[in-house]
Design a protein around this ligand. Structure first.
Ligand code: SF4
Ligand code: SF4
Length: 249
């Protein structure tokens, strides 16, 4: 039987006989395209529980596979391989190896939350995407992605000063991700901002770049925040059966 939904099958799983004759009938090419048989033996039966234990993944069990999330997804419209419905299915089945084939695109979720509003079961697919990207990093399947590095720089500055200084965060982010400081898009953005922002605000920004202000009496709040984040990270690692020492670096 010809395969009508070829786009849903990975190309490496398709087999085509370029020259095949059966009972005198030429069934070459399209008429002899088959899907490769495969057996899945290495299920991770804890996978759904592991994702559900991470922030954002709590309601994955509610999914009934309607596909509204994928249908609404911003990234799927550009890249059909980005498929939240399918990944939720794999996680719920425990098909870890299959999920790992897409490990380098799952993090591309842009958190637009269109899927969250489309979901009839309140699964919070955006949260599941974040939890899955976090799971991939904690398990060592992927390196920390730029978004995670940026988050860390951002929170480290909040812990240290109780204030955000954008230029310092960007400098450190670029340094840690190996990017040059002067980038065309950044120069264009700075030009645009310089021509639009009020002079008073520009002076304030300039002064904060030089003097690095801190929030007064911040140390107690900073300690409480750091303790909370550390405890949260330990809990995430515990849920995945990982060592908890050195959770924050
Ligand atoms: S939040 Fe992520 S998964 Fe959801 S629609 Fe946006 S890009 Fe797609
Ligand atoms: S929209 Fe919700 S219920 Fe439907 S497939 Fe996506 S996560 Fe599952």
């Amino acid at each position: 039987m010809p395969i009508h939904e070829k786009s849903l099958i990975r190309p490496e799983n398709l087999r085509t006989n370029e020259e095949l004759e059966i009972d005198g009938i030429d069934v070459s090419g399209h008429w002899s395209t088959f899907i490769e048989n495969r057996s899945v033996t290495d299920y991770n039966e804890a996978m759904q529980d592991e994702i559900a234990a991470l922030p954002g993944g709590e309601f994955i069990h509610r999914c009934w596979q309607c596909g509204s999330c994928t249908n609404a997804c911003t990234v799927n419209a550009i890249n059909p391989d980005f498929n939240p419905r399918y990944w939720i299915y794999l996680i719920r089945c425990g098909m870890e190896e299959e999920l790992l084939r897409d490990k380098d695109i799952i993090w591309q979720c842009v958190s637009c939350n269109k899927c969250t509003y489309a979901c009839p079961r309140d699964v919070n697919p955006e949260g599941v995407m974040k939890a899955t990207a976090h799971w991939l990093e904690l398990k060592g399947h992927t390196e920390p992605k730029p978004a995670a590095i940026f988050d860390k720089e951002f929170s480290n500055q909040v812990f240290a000063k109780g204030k955000i200084e954008e230029s310092s965060i960007m400098r450190r982010f670029f340094a840690h991700t190996g990017q040059p400081l002067l980038q065309d898009w950044l120069v264009a953005l700075m030009r645009s901002l310089l021509s639009r922002l009020p002079v008073g605000l520009l002076m304030k920004l300039g002064l904060s770049t030089v003097f690095h202000p801190r929030t007064r009496g911040w140390s107690a709040a900073s300690k409480a925040l750091e303790d909370y984040v550390e405890e949260r990270e330990r809990a995430d690692r515990r849920a995945l059966g990982l060592k908890t020492e050195g959770a924050r670096q």
